[in-house]
Ligand binder design. Structure first.
Ligand code: KIV
Ligand code: ZN
Length: 523
């Protein structure tokens, strides 16, 4: 099926109304304008910009969004009351394409709130929809809690709204109660049985209380609905609304079985998702479909290997299609050698098979201690692997006791020219005790010129990179090491610098010039 033969589904975004209405998701005026602009830019057909009667702030946001809109229809929400509708019209009337959306709860539970009989409510619907239509050519009407409204009454009020001039009839599953087959049956029956039903657009508005909002919306579309109401990241009351990114990508990816087109530029999805998460304060869960941090990330060795050979093995959409730079293959304890080699290649590090084996062992040790291994961690491992080769001094084990009850104590085991030696020393803190232990195992006159600690990656499981500069007889050597344990990194950096000094001394012979030798200078 070509795009021109596909049915078009209108995307109605209510992030700024139903989304913003969810507890804690309030946005500032400026943030609402920014999100509206992004929605307009990404091709959203209709933006529900707010509920103008709710507050002065809502009114101001809707009216300014209406004035700034470029391509989208700008819609405001109004209860079934004449002053609400007038206020809504005042806010949206500046838009090139305005819409009034008016609603009333039609289920028995909702009818009880204003205490209206069925007939009284029917009259109210006729009056308010007619009033809205006299103000605006584009009127949407919603029977709130439609999925729990008696069929006969629902059909009756939909007919009244159509006769009063509504151009779109929206069927809300206000409490997320329906299921896909029921959602489809309801829409199909309304279109077929409500007089005038084929002259209006039918919309679906689902909430996610049972996790079925996307499935219910798509089922409604298959049954004839041609407008999906949704929000970015599924933001919305309680468990949220249908997520825009999910329905849009489902229609794009499964066009073979759901031949419907939308006007959304899907490459703009990630950006707006991040902005909505930031301004609403509602972070996106890692495993959220389409926009979650892990939606295009693969850590297990088998998956990474498959992805490196052919992305389609584990991905049904291209990350670029939702605005990501590419797939992410985060390195962690499940990653295999192929992924490590690919990462090293990406980082511009060329290693032979033996060196890869060595780095892989170190990487697995680190990954066991750390949730995610970052690029900087890998580079630090490469450095460590390169340095340790042929070192005369090696740290075998280190145990440090420290705290408030007395001086720190370090128990160190080292290999010096193939011999295992141990020392236990006290010091002013764990690093001082450790350095004293190193000097006890390998007595030397080197002076500590610099000791510097940097956290290479973020979080409490970050790798610390420690730099140590030693000076002996005018000869200087710098050593570095990285470890999630700062004291271990310090010990290894110190020993590293000592090794450099030994190499330097051997190479230079007696009377050589003083100059700095860093680990990079030593081949
Ligand atoms: O969920 C709902 O019923 C609504 C209506 C106002 C359309 O958001
Ligand atoms: Zn809703």
């Amino acid at each position: 099926m070509t795009d021109s033969t596909k049915d078009r589904v209108v995307i109605f975004d209510t992030t700024l109304r139903d989304g913003e209405q969810s507890p804690g998701a309030t946005m500032t005026h400026e943030e609402k304008l920014e999100i509206a602009e992004l929605l307009d830019d990404m091709g959203v057909d209709i933006i529900e910009a707010g509920f103008p009667i709710a507050s002065e702030g809502d009114f101001a946001a809707v009216s300014q969004i209406a004035q700034r809109s470029k391509n989208s229809v700008i819609c405001g929400l109004a209860r079934a009351q004449l002053p609400d509708i007038d206020r809504c019209w005042e806010a949206v009337k500046h838009a090139a394409q305005p819409r009034i959306h008016t609603f009333i709860g039609t289920s028995p539970l909702h009818r009880a709130i204003p205490n209206l009989t069925q007939d009284e409510m029917a009259d109210r619907i006729h009056e308010t929809v007619s009033h809205a239509r006299n103000l605006c050519d584009n009127v949407q009407w919603s029977p709130m809690d439609a999925t729990r409204t008696e069929w006969d009454y629902l059909a009756r009020v939909c007919e009244i709204a159509i006769k009063a001039g509504a151009t779109t009839i929206n069927i809300p599953d206000t409490v997320g109660y329906t299921a896909p087959r029921e959602s489809a049956d309801l829409i199909r029956r309304l279109i077929a049985e409500v007089p005038g039903g084929t002259d209006v657009v039918w919309a679906t508005h689902c909430h996610n209380d049972l996790g079925m909002a996307t499935a219910n919306s798509l089922a409604a579309v298959e049954a004839g609905a041609r407008q999906i109401e949704c929000t970015i990241n599924g933001l919305g009351e309680r468990a949220g609304n249908t997520a825009l990114e999910e329905v849009v990508m489902a229609l794009k990816v499964r066009g073979d079985i759901m031949p419907f087109d939308t006007s959304i530029d899907t490459r703009k999805i990630m950006h707006i998702s991040r902005r909505v998460a930031t301004v609403s304060g509602f972070a996106v869960q890692f495993n959220k479909a389409i926009v979650g941090k892990n939606a295009f990330a693969h850590e297990s060795g088998i998956h990474q290997d498959g992805m490196l050979k052919n992305a389609e093995t584990f991905e049904i959409m291209r990350p670029e299609d939702v605005g990501l730079a590419g797939t992410s293959l985060p390195l962690g304890k499940h990653s295999g050698r192929a992924a490590l080699r690919a990462k090293l290649r990406d980082l511009g590090v060329d290693v032979g098979d033996n060196q890869l084996k060595d780095i892989f062992v170190r990487f697995k040790e680190l990954a066991d201690r750390k949730k995610e291994v970052f690029d900087e961690d890998i580079l630090a491992l490469v450095t460590a692997a390169t340095e340790d080769a042929a070192d005369r001094l090696q740290v075998v084990s280190l145990r440090v006791i420290c705290g408030t009850g007395g001086p720190a104590e370090a128990v160190l085991e080292m290999e010096v020219d193939g011999k295992e030696l141990t020392a236990t020393c006290e010091g002013d803190g764990p690093v001082d005790a450790t350095f004293k232990a190193i000097r006890a195992v390998h007595p030397n006159m080197a002076k500590l010129q610099l000791y510097q600690v940097n956290a290479v990656t973020e979080g409490t499981d970050a790798q610390a990179t420690v730099s140590v500069r030693l000076e002996e007889d005018g000869m200087i050597a710098t050593g570095q090491s990285a470890n999630t344990d700062t004291v271990v990194a310090s010990a290894k950096a110190y020993v590293n610098a000592l090794n450099r000094l030994l190499v330097r001394r051997d190479k230079a012979g007696p009377g050589a010039d003083a100059r700095e030798v860093s680990y990079k200078d030593v081949s």
